[in-house]
Structures are given as C-alpha cells and as structure tokens.
Design a protein around this ligand. Structure first.
Ligand SMILES: CC(C)(COP(=O)(O)OP(=O)(O)OC[C@H]1O[C@@H](n2cnc3c(N)ncnc32)[C@H](O)[C@@H]1OP(=O)(O)O)[C@@H](O)C(=O)NCCC(=O)NCCS
Length: 126
C-alpha cells in the first residue's frame, strides 16, 4: 500500500529524547502517539470524553528515526453501543527526504465513551 488509510489525526517530530538506547525511536512513544491520534478522533465522534479499552493487531513494520516527521492516520472502522473502533496507521517522512513516506506501524484501537463520572455511555448519533 502506498497511501495512508484514514484521516490525518496528528503530525509530530520524533526527537532525540524519544529514542531508545540503540538510537531508534522507542516503540512506546510511537504507541502513545497513536493512542493520542485515536483518542482525538474518538472524542470528536463521541462528542466528549473517551478512554482506550483495547489495542489489537499491532505491528511495527519499520523503525522510526530521530528527526522523522511522524503522521498518524485514523480510520473509524466500527461504532458499537458504547465503543468506537479505529484503525491507526503511522507513516514516517525521513528527515531530508520529505517526499518519501513509509508506513511504520499500524494497530486497531478501541475507545469507550465515558460520562463525567468515568462510566461508559452510549456513543451518540452523528
Ligand atoms: C472503559 C470502561 C469504563 C468500560 O467499562 P466495562 O464495564 O469494562 O465495559 P464493557 O465490558 O461493557 O465494554 C464496553 C465496550 O467496550 C468493548 N470492549 C470491551 N473489551 C474489549 C476488547 N478487549 N476489545 C474490543 N472491545 C472491547 C465492549 O464490546 C463494549 O462495546 P459496545 O458497548 O460498543 O458493545 C472500563 O473498562 C475502564 O474504565 N477501563 C479503563 C480505561 C482506561 O483507563 N484506559 C486508559 C488505559 S492507560
């Protein structure tokens, strides 16, 4: 696949502080960016607070390097009663070669709509 699936949800820069001891970007940082991207998308659809309940089908395809521009794309796959399931793809533009982007990770994140007390609530109609 040469094109990202979904809408651009966040775009950020991989910094030296996000690297692992080998010098590549720490996988947990990438996962957190994807969780943020999915959370923004889910909260917009749920018209309010959401929490991540599950992450499945996660794959690290390629390493992310310091200086890469990291873009997370969100594709809403399913609206349940209280849950929203979103496929997230992360694509990286390597520093010095902003014309080439590659898919580095993907995963499926499920969010649950919450009320102000942190209890689940139905996802409202669009
Ligand atoms: C979110 C929370 C309030 C949901 O309460 P709950 O009683 O566990 O909810 P349920 O088991 O009824 O599941 C709620 C929805 O999530 C879905 N769900 C539950 N477990 C799931 C899983 N492993 N994978 C995919 N979907 C799942 C259910 O199918 C349901 O969807 P639906 O209403 O659209 O059919 C509760 O689980 C919670 O607070 N979890 C912690 C959330 C959190 O802190 N996240 C941040 C982690 S750092």
């Amino acid at each position: 696949m040469t094109e990202p699936k979904g809408e651009l949800a966040i775009r950020t820069l991989a910094m030296p502080a996000d690297a692992n001891p080998a010098g590549d970007i720490f996988g947990g940082w990438v996962i957190s960016q994807m969780d943020i991207a999915g959370g923004i998308t889910a909260a917009a659809r749920a018209h309010g607070r959401v929490a991540t309940i599950a992450v499945t089908g996660f794959t690290f395809h390629k390493p992310v390097k310091v200086g890469d521009v990291v873009c997370c794309y969100a594709d809403i796959q399913k609206i349940g009663t209280t849950s929203i399931t979103i496929g997230i793809e992360t694509w990286a533009l390597h520093s010095g070669d902003s014309n080439t982007r590659i898919k580095v990770t993907e995963g499926v994140f499920t969010f649950v709509a919450l009320d102000k007390n942190g209890n689940k609530r139905p996802v409202p109609p669009e």
